[in-house]
Write a protein that binds this ligand. Structure first.
Ligand code: PBG
Length: 329
């Protein structure tokens, strides 16, 4: 029997068409979730310096931005709001205000774009005087009191018309409490995208600049995960599936591809990854110095996240990807 001494791997890389034919991973604009930052006012677009090309919009401008995104084939947005200092407290009172900026934004955006898959961040940090994701007592973040508030917050978003709530706080049991609060309130068609494996990462810096939500004391290591742990990410995701999550998410993305892979192999629901603000900023900074090619780096990072097993990606690169793919509105 003939035994080949070596294999001709390069046959499949002969030209751009063999490459296209044999590509295992594809990027589509419908795979993306577009983060969107909203602030009070009208006709406002405040640049976010550490997130180049991104702005905090007043609601009128945010509507225009959603329209632009939908025109290029994006189907989903994830809303964050910047809350005035005077509205912040320890309990996140403003977070459950039915006429708060978040709830108002949900109503307006869904009225104009009923087909958009609208998601909202659920955590107390933008509303907290301490910049923490939960209620603070004796320098600790109190779990069980926090999840009750998060569930009310989720219900208020659902009542305003959101499609998915995205709890990003990493308190224990919040998916379960949100799900049962939905049932109690006869909310049957609002999903939960849970930030399941969210790590205590240094890569959220630019985002915290955008919302002015950096922790006022300490850090988030008693609730967000230890970057050293891989199996624990799977444990968190499996527990969220049991509690009733519809989508699980890993965050950040590029430094946690192993976790994305493990979770994608072990759950039977869609897996999302959040390609976070610091990951975006790193590529921008290096490209600005001329040390790497911006477009190639953006594509390679995005492709790698999908290849690892993410079904969808929350990303600040969406418009760049559309431009690179040659998509026109
Ligand atoms: C709020 C929240 C954060 C991000 C998403 N939701 C910041 C944090 O946990 O400190 C980070 C997103 C990004 O960096 O792009 N809990």
């Amino acid at each position: 029997m003939h035994t080949p001494t070596f294999r001709r791997h390069r046959i499949l890389r002969k030209n751009k068409n063999t490459l296209a034919l044999t590509s295992e991973t594809e990027i589509r604009l419908s795979d993306f979730i577009a983060p969107l930052f909203v602030e009070e006012g009208s006709k406002v677009a405040t640049p976010i310096p550490s997130l180049e090309g991104h702005y905090r919009y007043s609601l009128d401008k945010a509507l225009y931005e959603v329209e632009q995104l939908m025109n290029i084939g994006v189907v989903s947005c994830l809303l964050f709001v910047k809350v005035g200092e005077d509205l912040k407290d320890n309990q996140g009172k403003e977070a459950v205000n039915p006429n708060g900026l978040m709830q108002k934004s949900i109503r307006e955006i869904k009225k104009r774009f009923p087909e958009l898959v609208l998601m909202t961040d659920v955590a107390l940090d933008p509303y907290s005087i301490y910049g923490h994701d939960g209620v603070v007592a004796n320098n600790e973040i109190v779990n069980d009191e926090t999840i009750k508030i998060l569930a009310q917050m989720a219900v208020s978003h659902a009542e305003a018309g959101v499609d998915f709530v995205a709890p990003s706080d990493m308190m224990d049991g919040r998916v379960s409490v949100i799900r049962s609060e939905f049932e109690k309130n006869n909310i049957h068609n609002v999903g939960i995208l849970s930030y399941s494996a969210k790590y205590a990462s240094c890569l959220y810096g630019p985002f915290r600049d955008a919302l002015d939500s950096a922790p006022g004391f300490g850090d988030k290591k008693t609730y967000q995960m230890n970057p050293a742990n891989r199996r624990e990410g799977v444990k968190e995701a499996l527990s969220d599936v049991e509690e009733g999550a519809d989508i699980v998410m890993v965050k950040p993305a590029l430094s946690y591809l192993d976790v994305i892979r493990d979770i994608a192999q072990q759950v039977n629901i869609p897996v999302a990854a959040y390609h976070v603000s610091g990951e975006y900023a790193m590529i921008h900074a290096a490209a600005e110095k001329g040390w790497l090619d911006y477009d190639l780096a953006a594509m390679e990072a995005t492709l790698s996240i999908k290849r690892a097993g993410a079904d969808m990606i929350a990303s600040y690169f969406i418009k760049d990807i559309a431009r690179i793919l040659g998509v026109r509105s």
